[in-house]
Design a protein around this ligand. Structure first.
Ligand code: UD1
Ligand code: UDP
Length: 374
């Protein structure tokens, strides 16, 4: 039995890895172990529950307002300890968080091979997104199996001279998660019925779904976003549903600036079924999230991306996503255009699925298994 240790710590990693864990568990000859760092706590636990994942190890290391330094140091020591105890034959990490980067580093220090899910995303700017661009480049240097979601991300790895035989275009596992949760909601609509009060309150209005959390948007960026939402929410035909990230750098500004607006529902982070519901009922998404840039195109929802660059150009190329930055006037103008110009709206509101077919996790599990046979 070959032991594979899957390491993750935040909400998006959990969403994109629970289908991989389930696929590995269904693959003969592999013993899949799960280590969560709990870099996130409540937001991670929401996904573990929905994804039906029981971790074998939980470092429980989140601290309120944690700095990158303290978080990274604690991650390295904690993950290293578990790897020494478990001695897996392979480690799997996903994306570009501190947990993913330090997980890869801890494995490298023990010469354990690393597989990288969602490999090859590049903005080519080390400060946008910060610190994720450097995190994923470090993981790319260490990994020996690179699971690139698309040809674009595979091309970025080619350009960095990663050997061709180590790059696998698998699709993005977020689409597996989205399809899986959508089927679950179809079978049991009560799983996503918790928004019904807000939906009734905003009946007849166009819903704008909002999320924001990027570190490079802290400060002026968050203030500009709050000002733009305040102006947009003056319209009577519009309502905003804003599940607010638990990072205090986001919450303090947003709750203070937007907490008392009639047309804006400031709510706690939604579990994945409820967020999928929001994606389905919204007219458009306004976000700086990575994952939402992948999910919205799959559902044909226009997504306005409050960032200067993106490592996910596929949504922009497909026409469903648009990069708009964090200038207040620009955000208001872009949202207004989608609300008032039907042609502009219908040009963006078309379902495209550049990020995968929902079978990425099976492919990844198969490649991991084949890797042991070599
Ligand atoms: C992290 C990742 C980012 C990813 C994002 C997804 C790093 C450096 N950043 O950013 O790449 O896009 O997660 O959401 O890895 N908090 C809670 N409860 C939670 C989660 C967070 O209270 O369940 C609060 C805590 O005060 C915590 C703070 O948010 O210290 C920041 O969490 P952290 O993981 O360091 O950064 P994020 O901004 O969430
Ligand atoms: N998400 C969620 N509940 C929320 C907001 C987001 O389940 O209240 C999901 C969303 O569907 C996506 C992921 O969380 O799959 C994105 O996480 P986040 O924006 O925190 O991180 P990023 O993708 O930017 O790293």
């Amino acid at each position: 039995m070959h032991k594979v240790m899957v390491i993750f710590g935040t909400r998006p990693e959990a969403i994109k890895l629970f289908p991989v864990i389930n696929a590995l568990k269904a693959t003969g000859g592999i013993g899949c172990r799960v280590l969560v760092t709990a870099q996130h706590r409540e937001m991670l636990d929401q996904v573990l529950e929905v994804g039906e994942i029981t971790p074998d190890h939980d470092l429980d290391l989140m601290l309120p307002g944690q700095s990158l330094d303290v978080l990274s140091a604690r991650l390295l020591e904690g993950i290293g300890g578990v790897l020494d105890e478990e001695t897996p034959g392979r480690v799997i990490v996903q994306g570009d968080t501190a947990t993913a980067m330090i997980g890869a580093l801890a494995a490298y220090y023990r010469k354990i091979p690393v597989g990288h899910v969602e490999a090859g995303l590049r903005s080519h700017n080390i400060y946008h997104p910060w610190p994720e661009e450097v995190n994923r480049k470090i993981i790319g240097t260490i990994a020996d199996l690179h699971f690139a979601p698309t040809d674009v991300s595979a091309g970025a790895l080619n350009a960095e001279a990663v050997p061709e035989e180590r790059i696998f275009v698998t699709g993005n596992t977020v689409i597996d998660a989205l399809y899986w949760v959508s089927a679950k909601i179809d079978a049991d609509p009560a799983l996503a019925s918790g928004l019904s009060g807000i939906e009734a309150r905003f009946a007849g209005k166009k819903i704008i779904g909002i999320t924001t959390h990027r570190r490079e948007n802290f400060g002026d960026g968050m203030e500009n976003i709050a000002s733009a939402i305040t102006e947009i929410a003056q319209r009577k035909d519009v309502a905003c549903i804003f599940p607010v990230h638990l990072n205090p750098n986001v919450r303090e500004v947003m709750n203070e600036r937007l907490g008392n607006l009639d047309n804006v529902a400031m709510i706690e982070p939604l579990d994945y079924p409820h967020f999928a519901r929001l994606l389905n009922i919204c007219h458009l998404m306004l976000t700086d999230s990575g994952g939402v840039q992948e999910e919205a195109p799959a559902l044909g929802k226009p997504v306005l991306v409050m960032r200067e660059t993106t490592e996910r150009p596929e949504g922009v190329t497909a026409g469903t996503a648009k990069l708009i930055g964090t200038d207040k006037a620009r955000i208001v103008a872009e949202v207004t255009s989608l609300l008032d110009d039907e042609d502009a709206y219908s040009a963006m509101a078309r379902a495209h699925n550049p990020f995968g077919d929902g079978k990425s996790s099976e492919r990844i599990a198969g490649i991991i298994k084949d890797g042991f046979a070599k």
